[in-house]
Design a protein around this ligand. Structure first.
Ligand code: ZN
Length: 253
């Protein structure tokens, strides 16, 4: 998928309660952001979040640090990443860029982090090569979970319970890869019953199965709203927030 750019691989851009941050800047993140019709300005980002160090999630982390900090002319922004993305045999964040950042925060299992108007947690370490975490974002009136790369385990449903859940769905049929496949995501949606489920991070078998049709099928089976992400898709979050909550924002894939 990445080598041929069948689908864009730049990750997700969040705008939540006036705060902008980017999650998993894979190959093309900066170029896709700058060419996006959604007016995405990297110098407005407050943080970059890495779920793990694999190339499809981290390839553009360095260039995004450069962009967020205006080439290091202004020390600003935070980076959140697992320890093995920063240290060890094969770190993915250049050392010379690290001083450009206001702060580097090492993610831990069950860690709780504050990003101004929102809090987020890394509820559980994933079953995937290396150190991998998903995120659960809590803003007034709205909880959003991102289940990053992982093999299935039933406790995912409890850890990531939320109004909106983003699933990385790599395979259409069961496989022994350490990734979620489509039937497992169906199972999770049935149990978790989010207001909105978003499927993304498709492998070729998912693309061939036409994810937009699969989303419609899941919607009928589960009674939940399900969408398949596409390049440049923006989702307004307003309609999913609790009535008592405050103004939230949108996310772009
Ligand atoms: Zn991975």
């Amino acid at each position: 998928m990445i080598a041929r750019q069948v689908r864009a691989s730049g990750g997700m851009w969040f705008s939540l309660n006036g705060l902008q941050f980017h999650v998993d800047p894979g190959p093309g993140a900066l170029v896709r952001a700058l060419s996006s019709r959604h007016n995405l300005d990297p110098t407005k980002l407050s943080a970059l979040l890495l779920s793990h160090r694999h190339l499809d999630h981290s390839a553009d982390i360095n260039v995004m640090i450069e962009a967020m900090t205006m080439g290091g002319t202004e020390r600003r922004g935070r980076l959140y990443a697992p320890a093995d993305a920063l240290e060890g045999d094969d770190p993915v964040v250049f050392r010379y860029l690290r001083n450009f950042l206001e702060e580097i925060v090492v993610l831990r299992e069950k860690g709780i982090y504050n990003l101004g108007p929102i809090n987020f947690t890394c509820p559980v370490r994933h079953r995937h090569r290396g150190e991998v975490y998903g995120f659960k974002f809590e803003s007034p009136g709205l909880v959003i979970s991102y289940i990053a790369d992982t093999a299935y385990f039933p406790e995912l449903a409890d850890y990531y319970q939320a109004d909106i859940i983003i699933f990385n769905v790599v395979r259409y049929k069961p496989s022994d890869l350490d990734h979620l496949h489509f039937p497992e995501v169906e199972q999770l949606i049935k149990v978790m019953k989010p207001k909105l489920a978003i499927m993304t991070h498709f492998g070729m078998t998912m693309i061939k199965a036409k994810p937009w049709l699969l989303a419609r099928e899941l919607c009928q089976k589960t009674g939940c709203e399900v969408v398949a992400a596409s390049d440049g898709m923006a989702i307004s979050l307003e309609q999913y927030k609790d009535e008592t909550g405050e103004k939230t924002g949108q996310t772009a894939s």
